[in-house]
Write a protein that binds this ligand. Structure first.
Ligand code: ZN
Length: 432
């Protein structure tokens, strides 16, 4: 069984989110690079740079976006909106502009949320050349009819799309894919929680001897997954299981969105872990929108990749606003998400098929010291009951996870009992 994470992991994950939080990320550019460089301080991340204009299936790697400053100044020269106060103030991928205009004209480029008047919304315009500012509705209402100076010091030029990849080699070439998006600016749950969870999971696994090989991707959402898939089409054949991690730091219950197939081993492993935990959870069927599982589960690939979240995107009011901040993500929620991921990996790593070496009637457990000495009890201890389940279904056709599901018992117990029975010569592990 894989050892649990350190008890202070949740706080360490939160600290790393706090370090990454101020960076203005996007689907390309220096903010994304800076983020990958920080991840690289913790794990030997391979950073790839794909040139602008590279065709990736039906898409093209876009121009690279970088931004240094942006503001709206009133006629007195005061910055009434300042990019340096929040990078959400600028519509992500805004084209550069320097202009003077009256409020009425400016308003066509302003975005706010009347329902949450203190929050700044997060808006993007990746594939349409436009510019805009986001501000709290309160700030919008305070803007007087005035002559404003508008300035966005951004560049959209030929450059690269960056992504990070960490490959952890196991005994088998078969892979488990762990993917997260790292393209949102100062947003914690949506983006950074997935980044730190993938990072801490990879660090934890790197200290172990593993059956599967693990591939961790830190990529810009959608275009990053499309780019990676287009460059690794052959390699995807090795992916046996996968999880997209997003929104894993809020205090809500864990939610698992199934793979396109819905019945793969990763689906069953995740559902098993959640079912046997003491916390509340929710299972969702696959839908073709959401995070990068959309690309991994596109029909040409149809990879067994699900998505693990706490509260899913769009279901928490802070989603895509300035309120998705360091208060929304909690150390204990991050630690719980990490513990669940480790438990899921534990199932994948240890899920084997066994063969009962004494299949003709039940073996006599008592003479091997495996059965209680005194007969007549009605409360059959869990371990003995588990032995009967394992012995009966170790016919070379059922994996331990299948036995655990059928018996309604935790995987760890099935695995432990299988090991005891194997030690006593009653069971052998099937090859493969
Ligand atoms: Zn998002």
């Amino acid at each position: 069984m894989i050892a649990p994470a350190k008890s202070d992991a949740g706080q360490a994950m939160h600290d790393l989110i706090a370090e990454l939080y101020p960076i203005c990320r996007s689907i390309t550019g220096d903010g994304l690079r800076q983020t990958l460089a920080i991840v690289q301080k913790h794990i030997p991340l391979n950073i790839h740079e794909v040139p602008t204009g590279t065709p990736v299936f039906d898409w093209t790697v876009p121009r690279e976006w970088n931004i240094r400053d942006a503001y709206i100044k009133n006629s007195r020269g005061d910055r009434v909106i300042d990019f340096h106060e929040s990078n959400l103030h600028v519509v992500n991928y805004s084209i550069p502009i320097r202009a003077r205009m009256r409020l009425q004209e400016l308003k066509q480029h302003l975005h706010s949320m009347p329902d949450y008047p203190d929050w700044i919304p997060y808006r993007t315009s990746y594939y349409k050349d436009t510019w805009g500012f986001c501000l709290s509705h309160r700030q919008l209402l305070e803007l007087k009819d005035d002559d404003y100076e508008v300035y966005i010091d951004s560049t959209l030029k030929d450059g690269h799309l960056s992504y990070g990849e960490y490959y952890l080699e196991g005994n088998r070439a078969d892979e488990v894919l762990i993917s997260c998006h790292a393209c949102h600016p100062s947003l914690c749950n949506d983006n950074l929680s997935g980044v730190v969870l993938a990072l801490f999971l990879s660090k934890h696994l790197s200290a172990l001897s593993l059956q599967y090989s693990y591939r961790f991707l830190f990529i810009p959402g959608s275009i990053g997954a499309i780019t990676w898939l287009s460059r690794n089409r052959e390699r995807t054949r090795k992916i046996k299981h996968g999880i997209v991690l997003a929104n894993v730091g809020d205090p809500g219950k864990l939610t698992y969105k199934k793979t396109r197939d819905g019945k793969t081993e990763i689906d069953r492993a995740v559902m098993h872990v959640l079912k046997h935990s003491t916390s509340d959870y929710e299972i969702m069927d696959f839908v073709p929108y959401g995070y990068d599982e959309r690309q991994y589960c596109s029909p040409g690939f149809n990879l067994p990749v699900g998505c693990l979240s706490r509260t899913p995107w769009g279901r928490f009011p802070q989603y895509h606003t300035s309120a998705d901040n360091l208060d929304l993500v909690r150390p204990e929620a991050l630690a719980d998400s990490l513990a669940k991921c480790i438990a899921i990996v534990n199932v994948l790593e240890n899920n084997r098929t066994c063969v009962n070496l004494n299949p003709y009637c039940e073996p006599q457990l008592g003479k091997r010291g495996l059965y209680r000495a005194l007969g007549g009890h009605t409360d059959v201890p869990n371990r003995e009951l588990t032995m009967f389940w394992v012995l009966n279904f170790s016919d070379g056709q059922h994996t331990m996870l299948e036995i655990a599901e059928r018996a309604g018992l935790p995987f760890d117990l099935i695995e432990e009992v299988s090991r005891i029975l194997a030690d006593h010569g009653l069971l052998k592990y099937a090859l493969g």
